[in-house]
Design a protein around this ligand. Structure first.
Ligand code: GCB
Length: 592
């Protein structure tokens, strides 16, 4: 029978929030470091909750409530001494939860001197994957997605003096999530980036963007968004350019502008940044911003109107010397310093938005950046939840980094199998990207190509190439198949610049042998040598970003001798030691 009993209807209703899209965070606040805030980084108490009991609606298991009275009958307790550091993944902090995937609760208290004329928001740099926040016993909201920031206005629930915060983070993998069940990287869980309580003025400046107008680079173009729908007078100033311009927001609290200006252009050789100030009646924000243009024209990439070859390297957000998620600025700097040592001018930040320190440092160091969302391999293309969450990640990524001169490419996907549902999904994301930011190049790393054995030629024919600015191809000649890589040829009918967005092979640092012995440094170095020869014969090649800067942890790499849960394609070992291939690439970039 198809008749549903009342009980089963209630049961289904109870499941709805689980299935539905539970996103409740608010429009993103940016320029966080320029705002008054209280840091909530540091030591938090935690409880591992493998059965997800703490969400049960029972006083005995209501982890989000304020600490119950001593004599109350409860079956949990946040114990001082049982602690994790925030920011940081939980896996590399406690041996017993190294492999854990599931729900974990964080708790701490903090003091606030609450002011009447201020607003307060809790800001999370990122937490992987699903986060639910409780303040002083009330549920504040939740957020999905492991690598982008989010915030909640908590003015009404915040107290003068002592406050009690509980954060539930769940990194269980589910088919409809983004990424989905399988990734070639470690599913580090926890509050992986900084947490702050922002102290904001009433009707504060929520976000703004100032970049060179790509259509007419004699102008700066941008917008300011207030937190409220208010008409207000604003001033934009760039002191070094003697520029001061009055703006006015419309009834939606938005001001758009175009201002004639001639800043020095930002480039890898001259990463010039300007101080930009925006003030309203109640608020002033200060940012450092670089100005440059980026375009694709025929088969070339033009930076500030001049052709550039992207000498790149792919990077995972893993700490330089011992793995774990990057959680501080020094680690970000070390990774980018290695890229500089390679003579690179470009980095592909794979496969998700990295922490903000990374792109800000790239701005300062003069490294161009590819930034991507984790639409990785085969996700559920026809699932509306998956689409919504991907679009939300894209929005959060672009909003956070819209002022970064270093970021020149937004990538919407990596190695997705061809098919109608997939192409429709990605086309929608591309349209959304253009709506949010039409000043940068759009890409997706493709991998399916047609191979003609007789001609030893690979043809780029993926339909998605119609909708992106770059032909980005991941290809592992010499590792997953293929030999004589130096004579492999490439062809396509698309008149667009090609980027070899991944290539490479694995080696165990310190293992030496002949160029024919897999896993030796020599074998890996030979793959890099052959690729240099191949590249010289691709006239439409505009850049490369081999895989990858450093060995990184992956659950897919279980060979006890060579891998031990590390993907060994790094040019640098998991302990920070350079392999032979590092120097091959360094030489290529020096002369290119
Ligand atoms: C790829 C993926 C990357 C993997 C890499 C590999 O094509 O894009 O995430 O880690 O190959 O090592 O196989």
């Amino acid at each position: 029978t198809y008749f549903l009993s009342l009980n089963s209807v209630f049961f289904l209703l109870a499941l709805l929030p689980q299935i539905g899209f539970t996103q409740t965070s608010e429009p993103l606040i940016t320029s966080i470091s320029a705002r008054n805030s209280i840091s909530l980084d540091g030591t938090w108490n935690y409880i591992v909750d493998p059965y997800k009991t703490g969400f049960r609606d029972s006083k005995r298991y209501d982890f989000g409530q304020e600490t119950p009275e001593e004599e109350a009958f409860v079956e949990y307790k946040f114990q001082a001494g049982n602690t994790l550091k925030v920011p940081g993944d939980w896996n590399t902090q406690k041996e017993e939860i190294f492999y854990y995937e599931g729900l974990l609760w964080y708790q701490r208290t903090f003091q606030v001197n609450k002011k009447n004329n201020k607003e307060y928001a809790l800001y999370f740099g990122a937490a992987n994957y699903k986060t639910t926040v409780f303040l002083n016993g009330s549920k504040i909201g939740s957020h999905e997605g492991g690598f982008t920031p989010f915030n909640f206005n908590v003015t009404a629930k915040l107290r003068e003096g002592k406050n009690h915060i509980v954060v539930a983070v769940d990194n269980e993998r589910r088919p409809e999530y983004v990424p989905t069940l399988k990734t070639d990287w470690w599913n580090y869980g926890g509050i992986t980036r900084s947490v702050k309580l922002l102290e904001l003025n009433t009707s504060y400046i929520r976000t703004f963007k100032v970049q060179l107008d790509i259509e007419d680079p004699d102008y700066l173009k941008g917008f300011v968004h207030l937190s409220d729908s208010l008409e207000e007078n604003l001033t934009l100033r760039i002191p070094e350019l003697n520029l001061s311009k009055k703006l006015k927001t419309n009834e939606s609290g938005v001001a758009e502008f175009s201002i004639k200006a001639k800043p020095q252009r930002w480039s890898p050789e001259n990463p010039k940044l300007y101080e930009v100030l925006i003030s309203s009646t109640h608020d002033t924000l200060k940012e450092t911003i670089g100005f440059r243009t980026i375009e694709a024209k025929d088969t070339e990439i033009l930076l500030n109107g001049k052709s550039i070859f992207l000498k790149g390297i792919s990077i995972h957000e893993e700490a330089p010397f011992d793995g774990g998620r990057v959680y501080n600025e020094d680690q970000a700097k070390q990774l980018l310093t290695w890229a500089k040592e390679l003579n690179a001018n470009y980095v592909r930040l794979a496969h998700y938005p990295h922490n903000e320190a990374m792109v800000r440092e790239a701005d300062r160091m003069g490294l161009l950046v590819w930034s991507e969302i984790p639409v990785y391999w085969d996700i559920l293309w026809e699932n509306s939840h998956s689409y919504q969450v991907a679009e939300q990640m894209l929005t959060e990524m672009i909003t956070r980094d819209q002022n970064r001169a270093s970021v020149i490419i937004w990538s919407v996907a990596n190695e997705t199998p061809q098919g109608e549902a997939r192409t429709d999904f990605l086309k929608k994301l591309i349209t959304k990207t253009k709506e949010l930011d039409d000043d940068r190049l759009i890409s997706a790393a493709l991998h399916e190509v047609r191979y003609d054995r007789e001609e030893n030629t690979k043809y780029i024919e993926d339909e998605l190439a119609n909708y992106v600015d770059l032909l980005s191809i991941n290809n592992y000649c010499g590792w997953y198949g293929g030999s004589d890589c130096q004579n492999l040829k490439w062809a396509t009918n698309f008149n667009k610049p090609m980027i070899m967005s991944e290539y490479g092979g694995g080696s165990l640092q310190g293992l030496n042998g002949s160029v024919d012995e897999r896993w030796t440094e020599e074998f890996q170095a030979e793959i890099y040598r052959q690729h240099v020869k191949m590249f010289n014969k691709i006239p439409f090649l505009a850049g490369v970003s081999p895989w990858i800067l450093k060995d990184f942890r992956s659950p897919l790499r279980m060979h006890a001798t060579y891998q031990n849960y590390w993907n060994r394609k790094g040019l640098i070992s998991d302990r920070g030691i350079k392999k032979k291939a590092f120097y091959i690439l360094q030489d290529f970039y020096k002369t290119k």
